[in-house]
Design a protein. Structure first.
Length: 93
């Protein structure tokens, strides 16, 4: 075997080894990214359940306040139908 062939064979084995190591490293990184995505999805699911549990009481309170406002407007419209009377101030002696 010539020296050039030996050198090229050693270089080819070295490059192949580096590519195999890089592929294994890339697979490990991809597995870690998958774990991060799964954990993030879990966190977002928990956040969604928390916001939905907060949203329900706030929606009820909002509906209550809107109903109260509409009721007060209705009462004011009824009171506007009656003539306004001035209060009599007692005379001072």
């Amino acid at each position: 075997m010539e020296l050039n062939q030996l050198f090229l064979s050693i270089m080819l084995m070295s490059i192949t080894t580096v590519f195999v190591i890089l592929a294994v490293w890339l697979l490990m990184v991809m597995r870690d990214v998958k774990d991060i995505i799964v954990k993030t999805n879990s966190i977002l699911t928990d956040a969604q359940s928390v916001t939905s549990s907060i949203r329900a009481p706030l929606s009820s309170a909002s509906e209550f306040l809107i109903g109260l406002k509409n009721g007060l407007q209705f009462v004011n419209q009824i009171l506007d139908q009656f003539p306004k009377t001035k209060k009599r101030v007692p005379a001072k002696n």
